[in-house]
Design a protein around this ligand. Structure first.
Ligand code: TEU
Ligand code: CA
Length: 571
């Protein structure tokens, strides 16, 4: 591989600006805050910073509702502050990837405001439809005259009525996030022009929000009813819809092709299959470099959906990730992630965040993820082993998804305590509590009142302490990233799953030229014997998270757990 695929050996660090670092004491993270903490990223050794949205926005969904694609929200700073951040990133040899949210805009975007007038040339830029006659008196939907029966991702119908024209508009997410109509060529050209503008400003690529939803079947047919709720599932009409590959190939021609070998492009794709992902990331098709798939972060969703979680079965996790490894082995490329701003914290979710096991569990999970084949993504605070937050009541939550779900579930007669349990385990706010820089009252995030409370465990889980402790989660992440940069087998090695039936140990090998790496992760709180073929007895330990033999360590610690990778050459 030449420079063309530099992102195969890169590690990406995601910053959620609202929660990263507040420079002016208003309780909200901002661009100058990020710029002043870049050496944290340098210390970790990451190559790319992915910046969640900082564009002007009413903040109905924390910036994933954009009202101006070519500016910065005053909450976060201004374009000059953005340029300073970009220059500082580049000066440290890193790249910056923007979040691109073009399945929908904010309802405050001038495009949408214009489109509310049926005579406007922008009417066709969104999905406007007349009410449907309420033929079925038994229809349980609020009005029963929505153009179809789709529910939105954030509870309630996917349609909102606009009295100005007497029509409904489509929004797969909140009413403040109307879906753009990509069938309209002018929409596509406007998006491409905006993307070129950012690339000319110097950014190095895009993380593309729900980009496999941009093509819809224009017939917008009713979907099959979901569970026992009133809404239909529209996803057959918009998940990897009829023209999605055509649109991404057009985007590649119009935008990416002008910057060969420079960019990283990653499409966020709920519900994407391995077969679809292979097409999206096949270099010969010229679409995207990689996608974020959702299979492994759905394995603990229960029959009632994400807020009805069930315990993870390790064998399911191994089978799922192995299928993605094998499916994209020869064509395409994987992204690797446990966390982002939409997912609960991994050490609380698939690991053990209790005081005895938290650090070992977090480093074990990191090891397993980072030594798969693909490009790893680290979400802010993951490198500290940050945990889910102790939300006491619904008043502690901020996220529109959580608040809407709570209201809808209570209206449907569910037990409030049960609903809260689901939100505590799976709510997105778990990822959005402030970055824990130090043990000060505002966790070093802010001198003011944070927009969402800091996790009380910041007194012990924080960057300042972690940097001083060579055995910390932070230093383990640093060593994993360094290993990716120095050991070609981590980047290029093929993948062989081991022990697929074992519910306790995650095991695989990576092989490249003369080197084989063995990766072992103990997902339990006890020592687990593993029967290794004799050839591994002489293996060199490349990286581990247990005290090495001979280390002056508490023998009780040895029983704690998770193993790191071994690496022999040949076998
Ligand atoms: O998320 C898309 C998505 O499908 C889910 O992860 C979503 O966050 C939700 O949890 C469904 O239950 C992207 C962004 O990452 C997310 O923050 C936005 O809210 C969403 O798109 C809309 O822009
Ligand atoms: Ca601020």
């Amino acid at each position: 591989d030449g420079d063309e695929t530099w992102w195969k050996s890169a590690v990406v660090y995601q910053v959620y600006p609202r929660s990263f670092a507040d420079s002016n004491g208003d309780g909200i993270g901002d661009l100058d805050g990020i710029t002043s903490h870049l050496d944290h990223l340098v210390g970790l050794g990451v190559d790319v910073l992915w910046l969640s949205p900082v564009y002007p926005s009413p903040q109905a969904d924390n910036g994933y509702d954009i009202s101006d694609y070519q500016d910065v929200d005053p909450l976060f700073g201004d374009l000059a502050a953005f340029d300073r951040l970009l220059a500082a990133v580049h000066a440290r040899g890193m790249r910056l990837v923007m979040d691109l949210v073009v399945n929908h805009t904010s309802d405050r975007h001038p495009w949408f405001q214009e489109s509310r007038d049926p005579a406007s040339p922008k009417r066709s830029w969104y999905w406007w439809r007349p009410p449907r006659a309420a033929t079925d008196p038994g229809d349980p939907r609020p009005h029963g005259t929505e153009p179809n029966n789709w529910g939105s991702f954030f509870s309630g119908p996917a349609w909102t009525y606009d009295g100005a024209s007497g029509e409904y508009y489509l929004h797969l997410f909140a009413p403040g996030q109307p879906d753009l109509n990509w069938e309209e060529p002018q929409v596509r050209q406007a998006v491409y022009a905006m993307m070129r503008w950012w690339l000319e400003r110097g950014v190095d690529g895009f993380r593309m929000d729900v980009v496999n939803l941009i093509s819809k079947d224009p017939a917008l047919p009713d979907g099959p009813l979901r569970g026992d709720g009133p809404y239909g599932d529209g996803s057959p009409s918009y998940l990897c819809g009829p023209r999605v590959h055509e649109y991404l190939q057009e985007m590649h021609r119009e935008v990416f092709a002008h910057h060969p070998g420079r960019l990283l492009t990653v499409g966020e794709m709920p519900g994407v299959t391995v077969e679809q992902a292979r097409m999206f990331t096949d270099p010969a098709r010229a679409e995207l470099d990689m996608v974020f798939q959702f299979e492994h972060v759905s394995l603990d969703h229960g029959p009632g959906g994400k807020f009805d979680p069930r315990p993870l079965r390790l064998t399911d996790l191994k089978a799922s990730l192995a299928r993605w490894q094998q499916g994209l082995a020869d064509t395409g490329w994987n992204s690797l992630y446990w966390n982002n701003h939409d997912q609960p914290r991994i050490v609380s979710r698939f690991g053990d965040d209790g005081p005895r096991h938290r650090a070992r569990s977090a480093t074990m999970l990191a090891t397993v993820l980072h030594l798969h084949r693909g490009t790893p993504y680290v979400y802010q605070g993951e490198e500290l082993g940050m945990t889910n937050a102790p939300f006491a009541s619904i008043g502690d939550f901020r996220d529109i998804e959580a608040l809407n779900h709570y209201a809808q579930a209570l209206a449907a007669g569910q037990d409030p305590e049960r609903v809260l349990r689901g939100l505590r385990a799976m709510g997105r706010d778990n990822a959005r509590t402030p970055m824990q820089w130090d043990a000060a009252p505002g966790a070093g995030f802010t001198t003011g009142t944070p927009w969402i409370p800091v996790n009380p465990n910041h007194t012990t889980v924080n960057a300042a302490d972690a940097r001083r402790d060579p055995g910390s989660v932070y230093h383990h992440y640093r060593r994993l990233i360094a290993l990716r940069h120095s050991e070609p087998a981590v980047v290029h090695g093929d993948f062989t799953p081991l022990l697929p039936e074992d519910e306790r140990v995650y095991a695989f090998t990576r092989h490249h030229r003369g080197t084989t790496l063995l990766v072992l992760g103990n997902f339990t709180g006890e020592p687990v014997p593993v029967d290794l073929p004799p050839c591994w007895r002489e293996a060199e330990l490349v990286l581990g998270n247990l005290p090495e033999p001979g280390d002056p360590a508490d023998p009780a610690d040895l029983a704690d757990g998770p193993d790191g990778p071994d690496g022999p050459d040949g076998s």
